[in-house]
Design a binder for this molecule. Structure first.
Ligand code: F6R
Length: 236
């Protein structure tokens, strides 16, 4: 594993965007697995800048996002589809028809999960998966559990996740309690993984995930089994 510690959030964004840019340059028709949350915002900003400067071409790229809140339509400002459209897709020359986010409003989330897995399989899998990490060790919304769940599935969010994400909503009560998340199989089968984390509050969980035992109660620990993981951590 390649574990990089940087001093600032800006540096984290620059390094992560350079890694994603290299992937797009090396394989212009690659499949990028993408994440939402605060951590990738800087990375997405730099990717948008590179694209605007004509240094990067996303026209051949397909993207698959990790997760979506259950019950939120893509036009809802807190939905992850809206986040991606606003913070990245509208700022780069990706074909919006080739950007995929699981649907949080599908009538049958289990069926939606199966279809999402088939979609990823049909694309030939993910070339580079960008991940953040929750304070409870979640990746995507794979929350601590007694097992690792392979398939894309509906999940009840942990209290710590709801608390952490309440900052984006006007109150904690508005945070959806359920989500749909890509399962571990598609994540672990990605050819390369790039996990980014920033802030003191992520330090302990990173230590557990990468230096502790592989344990479904620390979902990110499964990444220890992956042959090509880069972690970039900025404490500030
Ligand atoms: C978001 C996702 C989550 C976040 C994690 C960290 O699509 O999959 O696992 O990456 O909750 O979020 P931030 O970056 O806001 O600390």
């Amino acid at each position: 594993m390649n574990y990089i510690v940087v001093d600032t959030y800006e540096e984290l964004g620059k390094k992560a965007s350079n890694i994603i840019a290299s992937q797009v340059i090396m394989k212009p028709n690659c499949v990028l697995g993408l994440a939402t949350g605060s951590t990738p915002l800087g990375t997405y900003k730099y990717l948008a800048e590179m694209c605007a400067a004509g240094e990067l071409d996303f026209s051949g790229v397909t993207s698959v996002n990790l997760d979506e809140y259950a019950g939120l339509d893509g036009s809802h400002e807190q939905s992850y589809r809206y986040f991606m459209d606003t913070n990245l897709f509208s700022k780069i020359n990706i074909d919006r028809d080739k950007t995929f986010v699981p649907s949080g409003i599908a009538e049958d989330l289990e069926k939606e999960g199966q279809e999402y897995d088939r979609l990823i399989e049909g694309l030939g899998g993910i070339d580079l998966q960008l991940l953040g990490i929750g304070v409870d060790g979640h990746i995507g919304f794979n929350e601590p559990d007694s097992v690792f769940t392979a398939e894309t599935h509906a999940v009840e969010l942990d209290e710590s996740t709801i608390e952490a994400n309440a900052r984006f909503f006007s109150s904690k009560d508005e945070v959806p309690r359920w989500a749909i998340t890509m399962g571990m199989k598609s994540i672990i089968q990605a050819k390369k993984i790039l996990l980014i984390a920033n802030g003191q509050n992520k330090k302990a969980i990173l230590e557990k995930a990468f230096n502790g035992p592989v344990d479904p109660m620390v979902p990110a620990s499964i990444l220890q089994l992956h042959p090509d993981v880069t972690v970039i951590f900025s404490e500030n």
